[in-house]
Design a binder for this molecule. Structure first.
Ligand code: GH3
Ligand code: MG
Length: 536
């Protein structure tokens, strides 16, 4: 990577930090404006959040955010402690947070190269008949770092989807009032998109088999009856926001016809996939090493060799033993297709290729391949990396840190007095807490950080290119926010905290790095829990 792109990457990294803090400020404001009666209790937090935003924005030279933040601070100065928030000041704050919202949006749109949008970036859309449930859900989702928006009518929802495609929609089957109106709306919506939006349907009754089939055919991934509690819904939403849909599929295409290869590349890229195209079969080994594809598309007939021969070579490598292979050919002879499949192919597409069919096939194959892989390397309760894979990743990151001469931080997290939670509220609630912490970590750490479930109620986080100090700051904020989260068990509410130990890599092995983090964690426990310690 050259100097300029390094700098740009760094700039984007810091820009994200500012926009994340801006969202924290906006969240707090939303809470204040939704509950004016208790606004005073949030006054100080709001000021502290905003102050931090201004400091970040100044440091990372994001002028719009700094100006908007300073304006909020200026207004807050006139809100005396212990007094209610008056209408006039509330209106002014609304305006000031509005411009912060706009700066935040402009930044993120620039960063992703999208056209300016009317709506805030909102990956989760909610279309529920019950507005109160919808609003409560939004607040909870925002706490976990999701962006969510609710809609009152089908028209508004459709319009919003045209503006920006959501990652998932939570949809009442009867949304819009009449029976199954919600399903009809989804059917219309999906027709406009190349790849379907995953839908989570909720229903007041258990639905006939016809209803469920119809819901499933238009992209319904889940059918919830009876309407479940927010905790469960958020978990589902999380699956569709962070799971298959977020990372584009890596597709390797081998076709000796340049025109055909180019066509495939265009189709795949338009569907949001990461395509790597080669026209020379002799390049295949190189391409596998360099690109590590998740799916491979092979032309059946090429000069010098056939697709099935190439497939055999690919299958000889352990690493690519289960990567789906899809053949392309003008072949319409079913016998030959069958033979190709028996030689290690998974699917057969005949030319001319229908782009929709191609994209759908890749999605199906890709999703299955990913879920099989996930079974091997992920923990089934939380979806985080399991113990073995976490250690493997740590070893890899150590190699990388050494090569690039970069810092590396490793953290161990352990939930405080978790046994008591289990004993008081039951094991299923304990499991819910484990999932909620794992979501919390996923939403609040960078994509490049690795999070693992190390053991029962122990988690590990690998933070590449991060000093232990920075890791400590980030995790301490997560610790604090998590400990403020209201956990629910039926009617009862309670809080849970965790302790953490952070170590920086000092050229040592994965094992000693773990031990040092573990010792630091132990110190946090010893000193009263709900805190973070740095390894000496
Ligand atoms: P400390 O603050 O010292 O860490 O206290 P603790 O109670 O969290 O620690 P302890 O090691 O005594 O208890 C850990 C508990 O975690 C006991 C075990 O039943 C529970 N646990 C481990 N894995 C799971 C799980 O998958 N689900 C649930 N619900 N509980 C689990
Ligand atoms: Mg514990």
């Amino acid at each position: 990577m050259n100097d300029e792109s390094q700098k740009e990457k760094l700039r984007q990294h810091f820009a994200r930090r500012v926009t994340t803090q801006a969202r924290v400020v906006l969240d707090t404001w939303q809470k204040i404006s939704e509950n004016r009666g208790q606004a005073e209790s949030l006054r100080e937090l709001f000021a502290a959040d905003t102050d931090k935003l201004v400091r970040y924005a100044l440091r990372f030279e994001m002028n719009d955010h700094a100006v908007a933040g300073k304006r909020i601070l200026q207004l807050l100065a006139s809100w005396a402690p212990g007094t209610a928030l008056d209408d006039n000041l509330a209106a002014q704050l609304q305006e000031a947070t509005g411009s912060l919202c706009q700066s935040t949006q402009r930044r993120s749109d620039q960063a992703t190269g999208q056209a300016p949008q009317q709506y805030r970036r909102t990956p989760v859309y909610i279309a529920l008949e019950n507005r109160e449930t919808a609003n409560r859900l939004i607040r909870q989702l925002e706490f976990f770092g999701f962006r969510a928006a609710a809609f009152a009518t089908a028209r508004e929802l459709v319009e919003a989807c045209n503006q920006s495609k959501p990652e998932t929609i939570l949809m009442d089957v009867n949304f819009g009032g009449s029976a199954l109106a919600g399903i009809s709306t989804v059917e219309q919506l999906q027709a406009r998109h190349e790849t379907p939006i995953p839908i989570i349907f909720v229903s007041e009754d258990d639905g006939t088999i016809e209803t469920r089939l119809r819901a499933s055919r238009c992209g319904g991934e889940e059918f919830f009856y009876p309407a479940v509690d927010p905790g469960q819904l958020i978990e589902k939403i999380e699956t569709y926001c962070n799971g298959n849909s977020s990372e584009p599929y890596k597709v390797l295409v081998l076709d000796d016809s340049r025109a055909q290869a180019k066509f495939m590349e265009t189709v795949l890229k338009r569907a949001g996939m990461n395509a790597y195209v080669i026209t020379d079969p002799m390049q295949i080994i190189n391409a596998l090493d360099e690109f590590s594809p998740e799916i491979i598309i092979l032309d059946m007939y090429m000069p010098g060799c056939t697709g099935t021969e190439i497939a055999r070579v690919i299958r000889q490598q352990d690493k690519f033993h289960s990567v789906p292979i899809i053949y392309l050919s003008a072949e319409e002879d079913v016998n030959k297709q069958l033979q190709a499949m028996s030689l290690g192919g998974d699917d057969f597409l005949t030319k001319p290729i229908d782009p929709k069919h191609l994209v759908a096939t890749i999605h199906n194959r890709g999703r299955r391949a990913r879920s099989l892989l996930a079974l091997m390397i992920r923990d089934s309760l939380t979806g985080l990396y399991n113990h073995t894979h976490t250690l493997y990743l740590l070893e890899q990151e150590i190699v990388r840190a050494r090569q690039k001469d970069q810092p590396l931080a490793f953290a161990m997290i352990d939930i405080d007095e978790f046994k008591k939670v289990n004993d008081t509220y039951g094991h299923p609630i304990g499991d819910r807490i484990l999932r909620s912490l794992s979501m919390f970590l996923k939403q609040r750490l960078r994509k490049t950080d690795h999070i693992g479930r190390y053991g029962g109620e122990e988690f590990a986080v690998i933070l590449p290119n991060t000093s232990a100090r920075d890791a400590q700051n980030v995790l301490d904020e997560i610790r604090q926010r998590f400990s403020e989260l209201q956990q629910q068990a039926g009617e009862q509410e309670f809080r849970v905290s965790f302790s953490c130990g952070v170590a920086d890599w000092q050229g040592d092995s994965a094992q000693t790095l773990c031990e040092r983090a573990d010792k630091a964690l132990y110190r946090s426990k010893e000193h009263g829990r709900n805190q973070i310690s740095l390894a000496s």
